[in-house]
Design a protein around this ligand. Structure first.
Ligand SMILES: O=C(O)CCC(=O)C(=O)O
Length: 269
């Protein structure tokens, strides 16, 4: 999928692009059924809420491991995802930094505090904030159900001061410091609720300030994310406790675009 000049300019200005119904109902059903299958595995790549519900399933895009899914492997390479990511990053040699699926379950699916992804990834040793993530909604994303919020244009600002929050949820989060996020919310553009139906996709910059609330609704809110990084921007070694491969992939091989665009065809490359 080729972005137009105006879409590219919009990404550069706002830090994100929306694609309505980029995937069909059949494709969404395929991705959901694969996630349901791998979600019952026993693996460190599956993070749980304190209640025991699944919070995040990582590393579905590789051919091996308990969370491997052929459909997600193809998703990483589909021209609908990979080509726009190459275009906005101005680099054709991208690999998957990580694939994660946030299963924000009805009633007990919890918050993602305001953060910038590069706020985490700089600590993984990634040299420059030239990364982008594609998300595809696998369910309806609503404000009631804990959809994402973006601060448009925030990717053009600095990496904001953040601290490692290990209290709020079961997973450590690099949350933006309260004075900095209060200032950004009071003085910057209004947050945009990223609502949409299954199959809607959103590409966003790694410095986008974003967060999402608790799922108070009776419906799950599943989102699939593919984070892309240029192979040339792979992380430098970090002195202490590098994060595991499922969240900071060590497979830097540039992805080949799928010849076709089906999530059901086998990958040969
Ligand atoms: O899925 C969400 O609601 C937020 C996810 C997010 O911001 C993240 O995983 O970095």
């Amino acid at each position: 999928m080729q972005l137009t000049d105006s879409q590219l300019a919009q990404f550069d200005r706002d830090g994100f692009l929306r694609f309505e119904r980029l995937f069909t109902d059949d494709e969404i059903a395929l991705l959901k059924s694969d996630l349901t299958r791998v979600g019952s595995a026993s693996s460190d790549a599956i993070i749980r809420e304190r209640t025991g519900s699944v919070r995040t399933i990582y590393r579905c895009h590789e051919p091996d491991g308990p969370t491997a899914s052929p459909a997600f492997r193809r998703l990483a390479r589909t021209p609908r995802f990979l080509r726009p990511a190459q275009t906005v990053l101005r680099d054709d040699r991208l690999y998957v930094y990580h694939c994660k699926n946030n299963i924000k379950t009805a009633i007990d699916g919890t918050v993602w505090l305001w953060h910038q992804d590069y706020g985490y990834w700089q600590h993984d040793g990634v040299p420059t904030p030239n990364m982008a993530t594609f998300l595809v909604m696998l369910d309806d994303a609503t404000e009631f159900g804990g959809c994402l919020y973006f601060l448009p244009g925030s990717h053009r600002g600095p990496v904001l001061p953040a601290h490692k929050d290990e209290m709020t949820t079961s997973y450590p989060q690099w949350a933006i410091e309260k004075p900095a996020i209060v200032e950004a919310l009071r003085t910057g553009p209004r947050p945009v609720a990223i609502e949409g139906g299954p199959g809607t996709a959103v590409l966003f910059h790694c410095k986008m300030v974003h967060g999402s609330g608790h799922n108070l609704s009776p419906n799950d809110r599943w989102h699939a994310y593919m984070a892309y990084n240029p192979s040339a921007n792979r992380p430098n070694p970090v002195p202490a406790n590098p994060r595991p491969d499922y969240v900071v992939s060590r497979n830097y091989t540039p992805l080949e675009l799928l010849a076709g665009d089906s999530l059901r065809e086998p990958v040969t490359a």
